[in-house]
Design a protein around this ligand. Sequence first.
Ligand SMILES: [Zn+2]
Length: 339
Amino acid sequence: MKKVLFSALTVVLVGCGAHQSKQIEDINPMEFAESITSKELKEHLYIFASDEFQGRETGEPGQKMAAEYLKKEYKALNIVSPIGGDDYYQEVPAAMFRGGVKDSENVLAYIPGSEKPNEILVISSHYDHVGMDDEGNIFNGADDDGSGTVAVLEIAEAFAKARKEGFTPKRSILFLNVTGEEKGLIGSKFYTDNPVFALAQTVADLNIDMIGRTDAAHKKNDNYVYLIGSDKLSSELHKLSEEVNAKYTKLDLDYTYNDENDPNRFYYRSDHYNFAKNNIPIIFYFNGVHADYHKISDTPDKIRYDLLEKRARLVFLTAWEIANRDERPFVDKPAPASN
Ligand SMILES: [Zn+2]
């Protein structure tokens, strides 16, 4: 009798153990990527790019409101600050800027890794924009870079959901919402000059700046995103990125602007560059420019939320792969020459 009981108990325990030992490698990350929805992106963006935030100019009240919004969202997701306690802000002092810009702040939140917490993957976007003109017209910056900012929030939510279900990423993820991009990539420069996590331990930066629109070159096929920089430092990162897209999102990855001879030089023109110049592999996700770029007409009604969803999912799935691989992306190419 006793023996039988013991066997029954063993079966229960083994069954239980098998359930709990489902490895992160066995997970299809689409399960979590699907929590990134056009509906939620739209809800966030209609607030984030509303007139209330006054164009989010660095150092101005609208930017502070935007920072508060981000902090509130991270807190709601139980994603902590790496700075400590309730302080999600890395102060970027006025002295960093030219032209009388006031003190500003980067907003930081992170998920500590389960196996390699000292290795950090950065997912970045800038949340500042250009404010208002003299007549009081507001630059809403829905695409630039409201789209990237709400994407980062939704990606954070997807990682939080995975963690809640027992699948914490192996490496730590830093959600880095930088300020002062429109003033000359200042927030990201300040972060990389004063990193919260050592740059040597920072394995990659996935930077999103404008992923909610389409450009003239893709009138016939809008299932695309421009990737810039993915192969510049790490062949492995480039390969990984291509594989993830081929497996899940199947977007046309357009490398037009990745060409070293492209006159736009986008590789040097958003926040990822401050990581790249420190020898950290990056990928820059971008939809190209359009007629509303840096105009008061860059409004949330013009965003393609279906594409924003798909592109944000690609960033999440790429991040998932980088965070959970055995090895960090190997740097096999020289750092870029300074611009
Ligand atoms: Zn931008």
